[in-house]
Design a protein around this ligand. Structure first.
Ligand code: ADP
Ligand code: MG
Length: 250
């Protein structure tokens, strides 16, 4: 479904060039829930922005269903972003003047879809994520967890191939974080969604099928969850400790 090959990206600051991604390769299979972890500043957001082509890459490929989207035209790219990708951000990015229901419908309103099928899909998502009771409320009237579940529903309205989420639980307390992770799990189980999520939270990552850890611009390690979540979380914590230990020795 998603294949990233040898992705390189540097930022220029005046004369100084700083290479953030030094050849990142990864893949995500259909129906997987995958987390990307790594220290602050390790390039997680840069990687997501390169995958969605919000910023240009220096080298490498981003294959979405075998199409290298780093090479398509701007017009083609906006279609792909609207139809094939769904986005969830740390700060929710809901429109304050629209109700929960209207926010969820927004990507379909933009793509000029038929009203009846749009409302049917929106109601299905509201049901899956348990937010029926707030559908007519406005963002200012709901909790952080409810805002993010609304954002997850919005990301799924166009039935995208892939959801990209950058620190979706970053602004939430642990209970709300759990409810957002549950929303991703429900999306995977009930809607067949494929999700790639950046997080620095081992608790959130431990619910994923696989965790890709970035360090110094490359993939440091990839861990697959086998069985028990608590064991997986311990394994993640050990790996992260090991990694920061190595950094301290340098
Ligand atoms: N637009 C930019 N211009 C210059 N440097 C940037 C830009 N965006 C990010 N960086 C730098 O690139 C590095 C990686 O940033 P980022 O991808 O945001 O990391 P993360 O999401 O893992 O915290 C950081 O050192 C950051 O300061
Ligand atoms: Mg970031």
């Amino acid at each position: 479904m998603l294949k990233v090959n040898n992705l390189c990206k540097s930022y220029k600051n005046g004369e100084i060039e700083y290479e953030v991604l030094k050849g990142v390769s990864l893949n995500v299979k259909k129906g997987e829930l995958v987390a990307i972890m790594g220290p602050s500043g390790s390039g997680k957001t840069t990687l997501l922005n390169c995958i969605s082509c919000f910023i240009p890459v220096d080298r490498g490929e981003v294959l979405l269903e075998d199409i290298d989207i780093t090479k398509v035209s701007e017009g083609e790219l906006s279609k792909i972003r609207n139809k094939k990708l769904g986005f969830v951000f740390q700060d929710f990015m809901l429109l304050d003047g629209l109700s929960v229901f209207e926010n969820i419908c927004l990507p379909q309103i933009i793509s000029d879809s038929e009203v009846e099928s749009m409302e049917k899909r929106a109601n299905l998502l509201i049901d899956v994520f348990g937010i029926t009771h707030i559908k007519d409320k406005y963002p200012a009237e709901i909790s952080g967890g409810e805002k993010q579940r609304t954002a997850v529903a919005r990301a799924l309205i166009n039935d995208p191939l892939l959801i990209l989420a950058d620190e979706p639980t970053g602004n939430l307390d642990s209970k709300s974080s759990k409810s957002v992770i549950s929303a991703f799990q429900d999306a995977k189980k009930n809607l067949g969604a494929t999700i790639l999520m950046v997080t620095h939270d081992s608790f959130a990552a431990s619910f994923c099928d696989r965790v890709i850890i970035l360090k110094d611009g490359v993939v440091y390690k990839e861990l697959c969850r086998q069985g028990d979540r608590i064991k997986f979380m311990d394994q993640l914590l050990i790996t992260i400790k090991e990694m920061s230990g190595e950094s301290n020795e340098n």
